[in-house]
Design a protein. Structure first.
Lengths: 199, 199
């Protein structure tokens, strides 16, 4: 059966999105077809606006509507702390915790020789430039705890040795609510090595 | 943290879609943000085109670009068979089997007193009108085998008794690849009752 062309096009477009397969795309498309026209147009407009209105903060690379994001622009944030993350989405994850009140710096990825991502593709120069004023006292490396994140963390730590700034990394250990019995050995091993004093 | 407004809007819009929660919506939105502008615009255009170009076939209610769908319009299809389905998406499911070469009729739902869907909300008049010419010899009822589908099937069968037309329903039984041991009693019971002659 030939599916009506506009329907086939939207199914194809939707299935390009991550975690959406042909069947989900078809269900979504048929849902849109049954929805109110106003609702469907609102979705289309939101998609276009997203690309047209959103830019990246000229200081930290965070998602922003203005040239500077609302974190860099907020004088109440601790200007002496910079948390280095891979992607802007990681900022959302850290902000949700309400545990951090410093600034951020988005690297835009991690070192990954296999996929051709080298030092020059990351926003490292911008980070080093932010250290020049001398107002930053600590850099927190918050990259994902996988092989590439580890390699990038070590690379940055080495690079930052020459600057008079404290360099830390976020803790690796058992996740809250996790179970020692079922955790993988690498995580348990790291949790033991990174033990902290209680008394 | 205040997420940039255009991003928050698209997350809200996406999470209105079925089977897409807040987290998936956020992942999709961030994916769109990183995608090529051309790709994102193609998606937005496909969504708008879907609503503007797609209509419903004036004969059977199938999804169509023209006033008549490509099934009703195809002289090679068996004009004496009408398969009655709940939604246009069911037509796609049946067409995929390549086992049926007749026409369709979309009811637009099933009788559901609890959600206020009565006889008048279904496309039953249109179906009866199609029987007037006398060229239809068989009506196949292919509604979902749930309580409401069953009730609607029985209602339609009773209604069609007055017409000189054969009325059948699609078989209910064990699904292909299914396992007798793990099938629910209602399905196994129906499979036994609906047994067919082999010799």
């Amino acid at each position: 059966m030939q599916i009506a062309e506009p329907l086939q096009i939207i199914i194809d477009e939707l299935s390009k999105l991550p975690s959406i397969g042909k069947r989900t795309a078809q269900r979504l498309a048929l849902h849109l077809l049954k929805s109110d026209e106003a609702e469907v147009k609102a979705l289309a407009k939101a998609i276009i606006d997203l690309k047209e209105k959103i830019r990246f903060c000229e200081i930290c690379g965070n998602i922003s509507v203005e040239p500077r994001c609302n974190i860099c622009d907020n004088p109440k944030r601790d200007q002496s702390l910079i948390c280095v993350v891979e992607e802007a989405s990681d900022i959302i994850a850290i902000e949700k915790t309400n545990e951090y009140n410093g600034l951020y710096h988005v690297l835009g990825g991690v070192l990954s020789p296999l996929s051709g991502k080298g030092v020059e593709s990351l926003q490292i120069k911008g980070l080093l430039k932010r250290l020049e004023g001398g107002s930053v006292s600590e850099i927190i490396l918050a990259l994902n705890p996988d092989t590439e994140g580890e390699a990038t963390t070590l690379y940055l730590a080495k690079l930052l040795k020459e600057y008079s700034v404290k360099v830390t990394r976020i803790a690796r250990g058992l996740p809250i609510g996790g179970d020692l019995e079922f955790a993988d050995p690498a995580t348990v091993g790291r949790a033991v090595l990174s033990r902290i004093n209680l008394l």
